[in-house]
Design a protein around this ligand. Structure first.
Ligand code: ADP
Ligand code: MG
Ligand code: ZN
Length: 479
């Protein structure tokens, strides 16, 4: 068999987290009872006119700048005409000729090193509705809530050569969008969807092979499986003397295979033309500058800063900056207790364990970072021991308790009152006469044992240094 190389290009759709839709005032929120987020405009009534939501332009420019794109200073909308029951206007308002962003790149890292993936363009468009097929009645219903929700379509160059590169890129895109606050990019809710264009060619040849497109695959894992399957399918086909047909295929993640959906339309099939209802968008220098200034610190910059200024290891910094929700917990905790290394160690060892054990994520179950900071302060200030600290951490996770109140209610505070400790330590010395007499005879190693026994008797709720001083004092009186 010949040596084949895979070539992949991605079209990623991100639903923008604006309050309202792109061309009307309806809510752009996910979900809602069917057909409750609809009006004349987004349900395609004749005679209605679109009004562009400025936030969409701002979010598109933000994304473009963060993904190193050129911003098209004069861009416009076009109509993409096609009939489908989830598209009541029978055209989608999109951008073909002058997309808002072009020529960007995303830098990724995989096990084979660093690589830059080109972004061909990013354009703004509106989402379509949803068809709901009812198996029982055999009927299909349509929900227009999603009609007109703003989307960014991010089109990459055909720069990927492996599934690993694809998932690294998608993760980077998702993180960037989330840090920018422009999209929550939840694949499971469909707010991030990827179309995978894939072809194979003999390694070393220049010319691309014929590609197929797999639409809307719903998770990273499914994307990896679909890529592997489609690569093999195309190679087998070519090896058997056949030809790959340019078409749209659907990936069935349960049955693990792709099947032809329709032969692929070319742009001309959509009879694109400039939308006569919308003015071209002019982006001024001042506007561009103001958006540039509003950009938040992104994951890469944060990771560098955590390492260089806060002293975190590359690994720790990488894990924390891999999630917007974790970054928030980390930064809120640091603001409270001002010891970043402690915070990162609590997050990595204790907090992430809680998330793992409960099979959830900081995105789905937020954690109050300020309270984590308080727990860390309580432990480092010897108000509670580490074990109790972990217990409080868990109680915050479960019920968002107030750490100080919880410690008091559950009797976790370390006793620093020597008057309260002394009788207990004395009791330990009395019940261990052998260890005491050996110590007095010069076996100083027994001190550790006596401290241990005392701490146990105190249920850990004392400062070991205080206990040690007390034992020394009591023994010196005996000696
Ligand atoms: P369309 O908009 O008709 O789907 P485009 O030419 O805009 O097609 O390309 C869509 C995606 O397909 C882009 O991400 C591009 O990089 C990728 N692509 C184009 N040609 C190939 C190919 N031969 N093999 C793999 N991917 C390709
Ligand atoms: Mg396409
Ligand atoms: Zn509407």
């Amino acid at each position: 068999m010949k040596d084949y190389e895979m070539v992949i290009g991605l079209e990623v759709h991100c639903e923008l987290s604006t309050e309202t839709k792109i061309f009307c005032g309806c809510s752009a929120k996910f979900g809602g009872a069917p057909n409750t987020h609809v009006c004349e405009v987004c349900s395609g009534m004749p005679g209605t006119l679109p009004t562009l939501n400025k936030k969409v332009v701002e979010f598109a420019v933000k994304a473009g700048l963060a993904l190193n794109c050129e911003i098209t200073r004069k861009n416009k909308f076009d109509r993409k005409n096609y009939f489908y029951p989830d598209l009541p206007k029978a055209y989608q308002i999109s951008q073909l000729y002058l997309p808002i962003c072009r020529n960007g790149h995303v830098d990724i890292e995989t096990s084979s090193g660093k690589k830059s993936i080109g972004i061909h363009e990013i354009h703004m468009e509106e989402d379509a509705g949803k068809l709901i097929h009812d198996e029982d009645t055999g009927m299909t219903r349509v929900d227009f809530n999603r009609c007109g929700v703003p989307l960014l379509e991010i089109v990459s160059e055909p720069d990927f050569r492996s599934a690993e590169e694809v998932t690294a890129y998608l993760a980077k895109l998702r993180d960037t969008m989330q840090f920018l606050g422009v999209s929550d990019c939840k694949m499971q809710e469909g707010s991030m969807r990827a179309d995978v264009n894939l072809s194979v060619r003999e390694r070393g040849t220049e010319k691309f092979g014929t590609r197929t497109e797999m639409k809307n695959i719903a998770s990273f894992k499914a994307i990896e499986r679909a890529i592997e399957y489609e690569r093999e399918r195309q190679i087998d086909l070519i090896e058997a003397g056949g030809k790959v047909v340019q078409e749209t295929r659907r990936w069935d993640d349960e049955k693990e295979y792709t099947y032809a959906m329709r032969s692929k339309e070319d742009a001309q099939d959509y009879k694109y033309f400039p939308d006569p209802d919308l003015m071209p968008i002019e982006i001024s220098e001042e506007y561009l500058e103001s958006v540039r200034e509003s950009l938040p610190e992104l994951a890469d910059a944060k990771r560098e800063r955590y390492m260089n200024d806060l002293g975190l290891s590359e690994y720790d910094a990488g894990i924390i900056t891999g999630s917007v929700a974790l970054v928030k917990i980390f930064e809120d905790a640091c603001a409270e207790c001002d010891s970043p290394k402690d915070v990162s160690s609590w997050i990595l060892t204790d907090l992430l364990k809680l998330y793992n054990d409960n099979q959830t994520t900081p995105e789905d179950k937020p954690y109050d970072g300020k309270k984590l900071g308080t727990v860390i302060k309580m432990v480092s200030g010897n108000k509670v021991n580490r074990k109790s600290g972990k217990q409080i951490l868990g109680a915050i996770f479960e019920e968002d308790v107030d750490p100080e109140k919880y410690a008091a209610d559950n009797n976790l505070a370390i006793v620093n009152d020597t008057g309260a400790i002394e009788p207990i330590v004395k009791g330990v010395l009395d019940s261990n006469p052998k260890a005491v007499s050996e110590y007095l005879a010069g076996n100083t190693k027994n001190m550790q044992f006596l401290i241990g026994q005392s701490m146990r008797a105190l249920k850990g709720k004392a400062d070991p240094m205080t206990v040690k001083a007390m034992i020394e004092d009591l023994l010196s009186k005996m000696g």
